[in-house]
Design a binder for this molecule. Sequence first.
Ligand code: ACO
Length: 310
Amino acid sequence: MNAGIIGIGRYLPEKILTNHDLEKMMDTSDEWIRTRTGIEERRIADEKINTSDMAYEAAVKALEDANITAEDLDLILVATVTPDRPFPSVACIIQERLGARKAAAMDISAACSGFMYGIITAGQFVQSGSYKNVLVVGAEKLSKIMDWKDRNTAVLFGDGAGAVVIGPVSEGKGIISFELGADGSGGKYLYQDEYISMNGREVFKFAVRQMGESCINVLEKAGLSKSDVDFLIPHQANVRIMEAARERLELPIEKMSKTIHKYGNTSAASIPISIVEELKAGKIKDGDLIVMVGFGGGLTWGAIALRWGR
Ligand code: ACO
């Protein structure tokens, strides 16, 4: 059985926080943030909106797009490092709200790589024939774990959610190859106690190396070459990291998704949020070879080569 993305949706909070707004809150500048990260603005969820609310909204759209109901779901996986509370999981909260009575539910903790961990796990259940429809959501309210006095991290992140339904697709479509990895020895470079704490330079070095390598590895596993890639969807953490992956694949600029200027780093939500953006812009077409690649705290990483379409 081939497993692919059969439906997709996203939720973005309405409130926009620009770099100029941040200039009034801390010692930073629009120029510094834009040139170092590529970020111009990000969305911040209201006090009243929690991660599960955003996950729910994105999930409803993904189910509609897949043309299935919540009762058709066998499993719900929510990738998040900002659950409403340690338990019950966000997955269980939205299972109830959606009315997905048949579905098992759990959260995945792999920071910004969480969405890659989620869709690869979902793909295994579908490929084996154990499950038919698996909802995978990446949802984050990072604003609640950001230290608004720390300019090193507060300028980087945003809130949002993206969801996909992973289900059976026709021959030749869907997930072709994947890679997942972790290196716990790098946990000290990016973690949360009360707030996010980061050694930006170490994370940057790791990310540049890992993003490029993972892209090459999934292509090799799939028996494909760089020139076969139609579109690259990198985790949106820093435009310079994304550019390094694009250059490694020798792709022209128009073949890489860039949404970081509008949404900042939304962690596990950044890849599905970006896919929706590119679909709306008509940049992803049926039959395209898509490479998705992410990295994050843990340290963790993941990549997929996927043929778009049902
Ligand atoms: N505004 C102005 N100045 C700042 C700001 C800011 N917001 N933040 C830091 N600076 C200063 C620093 O204090 C430093 O000053 P100093 O030299 O006087 O000490 C100076 O800018 C330069 O700092 P660098 O660390 O050299 O800047 P760099 O070019 O490395 O960029 C950045 C920093 C953007 C954080 C980069 O290292 C990066 O993107 N790293 C990866 C981060 C990342 O991807 N994190 C997400 C991981 S995903 C997850 O799982 C959550």
